[in-house]
Ligand binder design. Structure first.
Ligand code: C2E
Ligand code: CA
Ligand code: CA
Length: 634
């Protein structure tokens, strides 16, 4: 009567999924637990369905009680499955509707009603009016008056799933995830419709099986959360785990970062480094067997350990371990690590804040190689950065970024001949945020190009006399961040801006630091292209990086600005090297500017050793444009 031949293979494939699921390390996320429940309930539903079919087809051979029990088991599994499928969708969507007790009761009502009605059918099935879901008598199994409850329940939960998908769709980051969830819901819907249309074919179990397969492939494949050949969990796993446990994180984090990871990878090569990382991952796991070990790219590991562990002791153990090489048949590496410990008494912060603070701490110990404990202030700094980011966005949107100008004086005439443009933005209360704070944040959040161009444009506008005031300075310097300098379309973009204001390209000089000089060949090409189209470059902060004469010789700078630290050191304790170096620069054709000149004595000293220009508080602090015009141009 019923076609059940394809049901057994489904159970076998579900078995394979389960075996695979348990064979790999698992995170224990809520949704994975629900997924596991679904696989088990689906298996039970199919098996009880099978058994019920066999028994019902051959009812004469069984007692009425047997018929009742097998059918009841099937219905209970059916109702639970409908609810579980919905629950999985909500876990993926991070739906929080069930948090409200009243809504929770409402959501679970059809499942509970279904189960209760099934029980009534079994225990009180001897009266006609309690033949609710089904009844069994001497003629076998029969559907009851409220048999359609299975459809009510099924459609109810699919509908809720769709609502959840609609309400919380923004919580799903990737397109693939959205489409997988949509597909999942559509398959369940199709399953119900087909069951209504073709009740004898038992296609519902197959369709639900397909829906399970979709979410297994899209979300629950354990491989998605593993790294380093399964030795650790990956960054995705860390984010998901943190998102789920952030409000009640009872695990203690220990961050382990390979010291100078990028340089070490150059030294050892990618393949050998990978082997080294796997060894580290396995070592950390074995060090704290109860902990979870995550690898967050770039040589950064995070251990989430149980609170009974003495983290300082573990940190020492880890440091000791790295005194010995990491060895395997195909690798031998001598690495050391920095360790980040966290003392976060009341981390009432968002997941993003906590995650990015942990990573920043990891980066810091990766640079220093120290064992450092990070306190709560560190977290609040991340919050402040978020605020500054908002202020940057606001300044860009309203173009309210302001240029402050600091005069630059020609030592031969003592007159102001130029200025450096230093940008300022305001916070939401109108207080100035210094560039030392917002420039690095703009650099790290992808806004520096926009910001730099706005500064450049404002400087062009200032020099263009579009306000009717003549500008009797020869040039203005603007700063260019490394991230701007490496753009291949920089010449084009800056030419378009400066041409808009109809001024000569040598009126606005571009200051770059040695941070731009990573790639010699690119540096030279970029500078040559831009110089050919008329731009002039100034080397900023000389003395803080690694410039050497042969590199400088190749680059068409017009001016070298000595960093304040060099100027101050020399003024405190004059020596022979700096004056000689300046002679060499002059011989090479560079002009020289001294920054940070704070008094007359410093000005004289720097002038005497050959500086062409001076800049510093002795002349003026950076001041707003209007003030600058009033003071120096009228
Ligand atoms: P910088 O380019 O080295 O600018 C010189 C900094 O030294 C300015 O700080 C200036 O106010 C300060 N300064 C000048 N004379 C003296 C002095 O005599 N004594 C002391 N103690 N300090 C002096 P500011 O304005 O806070 O700017 C800091 C840095 O922010 C700048 O260093 C520059 O690297 C960056 N910056 C500022 N505006 C921009 C911009 O529009 N784009 C980019 N990419 N960076 C910018
Ligand atoms: Ca500068
Ligand atoms: Ca400087």
């Amino acid at each position: 009567m019923w076609n059940i031949s394809f049901e057994l293979p489904l159970v076998m494939i579900l078995g394979i999924i389960l075996a695979f699921f348990f064979s790999r390390p698992r995170l224990g996320l809520r949704r994975s637990r629900i997924f596991l429940n679904i696989v088990i309930i689906e298996t039970l539903t199919i098996l009880t369905d099978l058994v019920a079919c066999l028994v019902d087809n051959n009812y004469a051979a069984y007692t009425i009680t047997t018929v009742k029990i097998v059918n009841a088991l099937y219905f209970v599994a059916f109702f639970s499955r409908a609810y579980m499928m919905y629950l999985f969708a909500t876990a993926v969507m991070k739906d929080t509707l069930e948090k409200d007790a009243a809504i929770r009761v409402l959501i679970r009502l059809p499942m509970h009603a279904g189960v209760i009605l099934t029980l009534i059918s079994v225990f009180f099935g001897s009266w006609q009016f309690t033949h609710v879901i089904f009844y069994a008598d001497g003629y076998g199994y029969h559907s009851g008056q409220l048999y359609n409850m299975v459809y009510v329940c099924g459609f109810y939960y699919v509908l809720l799933s769709f609502i959840s998908l609609f309400l919380y769709r923004r919580k799903l980051g990737r397109r693939r995830e959205k489409y997988s969830m949509l597909f999942y819901n559509l398959i369940i819907l199709a399953a119900l419709i087909l069951r209504l249309a073709l009740p004898d074919f038992l296609v519902m179990d197959t369709f639900i099986f397909m829906a399970i397969l979709v979410v297994f492939l899209a979300f629950e494949n354990p491989e998605y959360y593993l790294d380093l050949k399964g030795a650790t969990f990956n960054d995705l796993a860390f984010n998901e785990h943190l998102a789920e446990h952030v409000s009640s994180l009872d695990e203690i984090p220990i961050g382990v970062s390979v010291y100078n990871y990028h340089e070490m990878r150059e030294v050892y090569g990618y393949m050998q480094m990978q082997v080294g990382l796997i060894i580290i991952g396995k070592y950390l796991k074995q060090l704290c067997p109860k902990s979870r070990v995550f690898y967050y790219r770039n040589g950064r590991f995070i251990l989430l350990t149980t609170s009974d562990i003495d983290v300082n002791e573990k940190a020492q153990e880890i440091i000791e371990r790295f005194k010995r090489p990491l060895r395997s048949p195909e690798a031998e590496l001598y690495l050391s690590v920095g360790i980040a410990l966290y003392d976060l008494a009341q981390p009432e912060y968002s997941v993003e804040t906590i995650a990015s603070t942990m990573l920043k701490a990891l980066d810091e110990v990766g640079r220093t190689g120290n064992v450092t404990t990070f306190f709560e202030e560190y977290l609040s700094r991340t919050e402040k950065e978020k605020y500054v980011k908002k202020c940057i966005e606001n300044a860009l949107e309203t173009r309210s970024l302001e240029l402050y100008l600091q005069p630059i004086v020609d030592t031969s005439t003592g007159k102001v001949v130029g200025a450096e443009a230093l940008s300022r933005i305001k916070d939401l209360d109108g207080k100035i945020i210094p560039p030392g704070i917002f420039i690095p944040i703009a650099e790290n959040s992808g806004r520096i190009n926009e910001l730099g161009e706005l500064v450049f444009e404002k400087a062009c506008e200032f020099m263009s006399e579009s306000d009717g005031k003549p500008k009797n300075i020869e040039w203005i310097n603007v700063n260019l961040s490394p991230a701007q300098f490496v753009r291949t379309d920089l010449a084009e973009r800056y030419a378009a801006i400066i041409d808009k204001y109809g001024i000569d390209r040598d009126k606005v000089h571009l200051e770059i630091t040695e941070g731009c000089m990573i790639d010699d060949a690119f540096l030279q090409k970029q500078m040559d292209t831009m110089t050919e189209s008329g731009f002039k470059f100034v080397l900023d902060d000389y003395g803080t990086g690694y410039s050497n004469l042969s590199r400088l010789k190749k680059c068409p700078f017009i001016n070298i600005k000595l960093d304040m630290s060099i100027v101050w050191d020399y003024c405190k304790e004059p020596e022979e090297i700096l004056p000689n170096m300046l002679q060499a620069f002059k011989y090479m054709g560079f002009k020289i500017t001294a920054e940070g000149v704070e008094n007359l004595e410093m000005a004289d000293t720097m002038k005497n050793i050959g500086c062409d220009f001076l800049q510093g508080y002795y002349y003026s602090k950076p001041i707003p444009q209007d003030e600058f015009v009033e003071k120096y141009m009228s």
